[in-house]
Design a protein around this ligand. Structure first.
Ligand SMILES: *Cc1c(COP(=O)(O)O)cnc(C)c1O
Length: 224
């Protein structure tokens, strides 16, 4: 894909997203050069899934800005317990926290000279064996405990629905509304991270505030 195609894809997606929804450009497997191009047309938020690949890009793009500000990096991959320090040291956001121990480790390992780490709790909303995420019944206890940790800000919920799930977005919005009362700082509870290239519009209709879009911007990924 050439630079102009990338910018065209980006602007087409951007035009479908209302102002109150953040577009997270999912750049996993894609070169830093493409990230730089999008930063140049104002895209600030980027999502990565693979820790080592992400850290290399974050370091390489340290001095790149979008609209005059540093880029904002979101980790959206599966969280391994032995990788929490890398996440706490390099990212602005970690989506996909699904256990208290992970939040506690991120909290302890967040460097004191950085702003608090933003996190979302992932729910396994369609109860799939292959997906990470807490069960809906576990959510209230996690919100109560995680929202009290000092070095992180618990922003909301993240889901990856099953392929043909019809109810995931609406169910997640209901859980989000219901659990605000259990947050130690309810004003921080403002994020629903849901919607990808294939289901962005439905997610936004249901109340998404961050859509995570890869393929529709960068083209298909090559994992070979
Ligand atoms: C890869 C990925 C995306 C982007 O998916 P596309 O279908 O390429 O838009 C979004 N969210 C998560 C968690 C991902 O791993």
């Amino acid at each position: 894909m050439n630079e102009q195609q990338l910018i065209n894809n980006y602007q087409a997606i951007k035009s479908q997203i209302p102002n109150h929804v953040t577009l997270l450009a999912v750049s996993k497997t894609k070169p830093s050069e493409m990230i730089k191009t999008l930063a140049g047309v104002g895209q600030s938020d980027f999502g990565e899934n693979y820790v080592q690949e992400a850290i290399a890009k974050i370091n390489e793009l340290k001095n790149v800005t979008a609209n005059g500000k540093p880029l904002i990096w979101h980790y959206i991959g599966h969280i391994q317990r032995n990788k929490t320090k890398d996440l706490a040291e390099h990212f602005d956001w970690v989506h996909g926290v699904d256990r208290l121990i992970i939040a506690e480790r991120l909290n302890e390992q967040r460097p004191k000279n950085l702003p608090k780490l933003n996190i979302c709790i992932q729910i396994n909303i369609d109860d799939e064996d292959t997906k990470s995420g807490c069960q809906p019944e576990e959510l209230t206890e996690l919100v109560k405990k995680i929202s009290q940790l000092e070095n992180i800000v618990l922003r909301g919920l993240m889901i990856i629905p099953a392929k043909n799930s019809e109810t995931a977005f609406v169910k997640t919005k209901q859980l989000f509304d219901k659990n605000r009362q259990f947050h130690a700082n309810p004003q921080d509870w403002d994020t629903l991270s849901m919607g990808m290239s294939g289901d962005m519009a439905q997610a936004i209709d249901a109340g998404s505030t961050i859509v995570r879009v890869g393929t529709a911007i960068f083209g298909a990924r090559d994992y070979s």
